[in-house]
Ligand binder design. Sequence first.
Ligand code: C2E
Ligand code: CA
Ligand code: CA
Ligand code: CA
Length: 279
Amino acid sequence: AKRGGRNSLSFYDPAMQATLEIRAALENDLRQALEENQFQLYYQMQVNQIGQILGAEVLIRWLHPQRGLVSPLEFIELAEETGQILPIGKWVIETACAQLKTWENQHRFANLQLAVNVSAPQFHQNDFVEHIRHTLQHYRLNPERLKLELTESLVLDDIEDTITKMQQLREIGVRFSMDDFGTGYSSLYYLTKLPIDQLKIDQSFVQNIGITQNDGVIVQTIIGMANNLGIESLAEGVETEEQRAFLEQHGCNFYQGYLFSRPLPLNQFEERFIAANTE
Ligand code: C2E
Ligand code: CA
Ligand code: CA
Ligand code: CA
């Protein structure tokens, strides 16, 4: 939920004051979180129509010493506002790439792709492309194993900068997925201008399959559009067999959601992957 305009706050509003205090405390704690190694990456599998695991989305978790596990929904927006998303975002990319390298050294999970969420201030940083290039080179990774999840608002924020950076990264071989597709001010025009590999159908539509007819129609339309544009479709937030069957029937390529697995810590994700591949 978005907070109200900052300028409208009154110093005599106790509820607002409490919110500000919590926020200030979190902001303060966030500053030490990186140094104190309080972040972890969780991995949520992405599967194809026959259930093979082809990739995973990495999702950050904050293990706060007093509050326990803090959801990214509670701190990413704050981190974006304070600029702390910049070092945090770098940490996520570096950790994901280091993990790909570790698997490579272990001769396993050879073709698994990792999808990383990128926030707008991070993407629009001057050194974003250079940092990705440097990290991929440092670990000598095949860049096609890294997929960046961008939102429509990030893309439209500064379209010139987006086009330049996406093209530079595409030349290296990095992949792109449009996250939460359908919820923003999608511009179909840019969809054909940008090097996008995948549309990620937002879970709000997926979860209304079989409940509201319009959402089913939207899902169908996004899949059809992706197919016609020659890009992949991935449905997120798939929770029921009914949703999966509907998506499959309409030609969706990839699936992610609790039906297959929740986001898992590294060792549990590895166990699930190994079990799935030896079944
Ligand atoms: P998102 O990128 O749209 O990620 C999908 C969210 O849906 C994740 O929540 C995931 O745990 C959840 N999810 C997956 N499958 C299901 C399902 O079947 N049902 C339901 N109800 N939910 C499902 P999570 O991990 O809490 O992340 C929330 C948001 O925080 C993400 O939304 C993303 O916008 C942001 N985020 C997470 N990690 C990072 C990160 O490393 N960097 C940045 N910039 N943002 C991140
Ligand atoms: Ca995402
Ligand atoms: Ca999403
Ligand atoms: Ca989302």
